[in-house]
Design a protein. Structure first.
Length: 282
């Protein structure tokens, strides 16, 4: 194990502390092209999977011992590691649990992400259309990662993916697959079709039943066929997908509800749809 560095940050009112804390707000993130990753899970994944984007890692002496693997990986990657008192880390972020990283924003283009994802197996893509809730957005990114998706697109006026709550909700998955932002839904659909994807809109009023599609997946004549390259479009938490957005898709699919629940929330419905495609594509 590497030697734990000496404590160098002891003043919670220092300029560096204020500058790090300011990254919880969008103006500072946009101005500096940096964002916060809070907590051991997110920092661990950033250091492991995106070390080139990590600018600084901050820990307390206690968390440096508790999460020695983070410290070792950061030092092995040549990253700047700073030890601060518990008061300093709490001043930087009350949600960091004594482990924090400042990471440079990454803005992959949709075309580049699709070219990189193209391979022998079918594509699986999650598209969030004007999704505003940061917890939902982060959870869908995490679910897409778990289901084996190739990329996530935050289209339209969706939440800022570097919002601290989005970052925390991804639990590090944002460092496992590309997340494309600042694109319109129509151009996204056009690019996905160009990459060979069938575009399916998830909506409670859909004409097609997800279970029926899963039963038919991979059989001759199945249309749409979940075993092929598929992009799922998920709408806003409050009003779903407007008619104009549903019309962009090749089909509108509903998740069957067999109990008395009125509906599924966005993140749950997205998880069900993505796992259905992941299973069919296996």
């Amino acid at each position: 194990m590497h030697r734990i560095p000496d404590v160098t940050l002891a003043n919670p009112r220092a300029d560096r502390v204020k500058q790090v804390r300011a990254l919880s707000g969008r103006p500072a993130r946009s101005r500096h092209g940096q964002f916060l990753v809070e907590g051991p899970q997110g920092v661990r994944e950033a250091v492991r999977h995106a070390p080139g984007a990590v600018r600084d890692v901050y820990l307390t002496p206690a968390t440096a011992e508790r999460y020695a693997e983070i410290l070792d990986a950061a030092l092995a990657a040549g990253l700047y590691v700073h030890l601060g008192t518990r008061e300093v880390l709490e001043a930087m972020s009350p949600d960091a649990q004594g482990v924090l990283a400042v990471v440079r924003t990454q803005e992959p283009s949709l075309d580049a992400a699709l070219r990189e994802a193209a391979g022998a197996r079918p594509l699986l893509v999650a598209v969030l259309a004007t999704v505003r809730d940061p917890g939902n957005a982060g959870t869908v990114i995490r679910a897409a990662d778990a289901a084996g998706a190739d990329l996530v697109v935050l289209a339209g006026e969706s939440v800022d993916m570097y919002n601290p709550k989005v970052v925390r909700s991804t639990a590090g998955s944002m460092f496992h697959l590309p997340v494309v932002t600042d694109v319109g839904l129509a151009e996204t659909v056009e690019a996905l079709r160009g990459a060979g994807c069938t575009v399916l809109a998830a909506d409670g009023g859909g004409d097609l039943d997800l279970d029926d599609l899963l039963d038919a997946a991979g059989t001759p004549g199945a249309s749409p066929d979940l075993a092929r390259s598929t992009a799922w479009v998920f709408g806003n938490e409050a009003w779903g997908l407007p008619e104009a957005d549903r019309a962009l898709a090749d089909a509108v699919v509903r998740v069957p509800i067999r109990g008395r629940a009125e509906s599924l929330n966005l993140a749950t419905a997205a998880t069900v749809c993505l796992y259905a495609s992941g299973r069919a594509q296996r």
